[in-house]
Design a protein around this ligand. Structure first.
Ligand code: DGY
Length: 329
């Protein structure tokens, strides 16, 4: 049996997953974002061999304060909070949670498609506010979703789950832009001839909905800028379910106010939680969500379970189920 190690949990984990960790390791739970727990977090870093959590930047400085660290397990699929080069240089294993959240995030993105196009939040508020005093007229009509063209920026597992909903459920032609065409015959045969790899310019010109599902890296930061919005079809709806910082938010507001975009549905923002002063918070044609892509009971539990399994495997010297290749950064 391997020796007990020290694990630092830096964001809450479900009790059953904490129990799995405690059965084999010594565990400290301390969230550095909670001022009262900061000192405990800093102290635990000094001896931590495993870290598990999410939504906190694990940068070079923090890693330097953790001299015994062997493995970091993120309860997220995105790894933009981690200094990949520093982890790689130290030989620290990074694990994440791909696969278990795809369908849930796709549901959230589809909720935003429907909400923006059919003006669900705005019209629900009209009823709540006691303003439903006559039949809704043309000024409050929405636009159809079914049959419209979907353009996906990014076509990983989540993009493909969105494409399935669109193509098979809503009869939507699907265009996608990715670095290279996906082998749909092998990965998603049901999308063959239904989702078409398309040059960016053509996708932007044809899509009624442009959905961004891009990971954040130095090559995608600010990629959806004024030039990209200007090339979208007039009246398009923009949805972001990937990472906020892939979008130039000033350019997005200009595209909404200038009339190029009909609406935007946003689950992610450059700065989260969204600052009160952000014009995106109250813009009448923006449907903002508080980064809830994967936030269902079932899926957050599945993510915590996979992250816990990954960490237990890594600390036992085994190959984790889902390891991120930090060398590829
Ligand atoms: C992820 O897993 O990366 C989601 O965005 C939740 O953080």
């Amino acid at each position: 049996m391997s020796a007990r190690k020290h694990v630092l949990v830096f964001r809450e984990l479900p009790d059953d997953q904490l129990a799995r960790l405690r059965a084999v390791h010594d565990v400290t739970v301390a969230n550095p974002k909670v001022p009262a727990q900061r000192a405990a977090f800093d102290a635990a870093l000094l001896t931590a061999q495993g870290l598990i959590g999410s939504s906190y930047p694990i940068d070079r400085g923090l890693l330097e304060a953790a001299p015994r660290l062997e493995a970091v397990s993120s309860v997220s699929v995105g790894v933009d909070n981690y200094d990949l080069a520093a982890l790689h240089a130290r030989g620290i294993v990074l694990c994440h949670t791909p696969g278990v959240l795809d369908e849930t995030v796709a549901d959230t993105v589809f909720a935003l498609l429907m909400a923006t196009s059919r003006r669900v939040v705005e019209l629900s508020n009209l009823v709540r506010n006691g303003e439903w005093t006559k039949n809704v007229g043309e000024d409050l009509f929405g636009f159809d979703v079914h049959g419209k063209t979907l353009g996906l920026l990014g076509f990983g597992r989540i993009g493909q789950a969105i494409a399935r909903r669109a193509a098979l459920g809503f009869g939507m032609p699907v265009l996608y832009h990715a670095r290279r065409p996906v082998d749909l015959g092998a990965q998603a045969p049901e999308l063959q001839a239904r989702a078409i790899h398309t040059p960016l310019d053509e996708l932007l010109a044809r899509a009624d909905f442009v959905v961004a599902m891009l990971p954040l890296s130095e090559s995608t930061r600010g990629m959806i800028n004024a030039d990209v919005f200007a090339r979208m079809k007039p009246g398009a709806i923009f949805i972001n379910g990937g990472r906020g910082a892939t979008v130039d938010e000033t350019a997005l507001l200009a595209a909404l106010d200038g009339g190029r975009l009909r609406a935007a549905g946003l689950d992610v923002f450059a700065k989260e939680p969204l600052p009160l002063a952000s014009a995106l918070r109250t813009h009448p044609r923006v449907t903002p969500l508080p980064h809830i892509g994967s936030a269902t009971h079932e899926t957050r539990h599945a993510m915590a379970e996979l992250a816990t399994t990954n960490l237990l495997q890594a600390l036992a010297g085994e190959q984790p189920t889902a390891v991120y290749d930090t060398a590829s950064a």
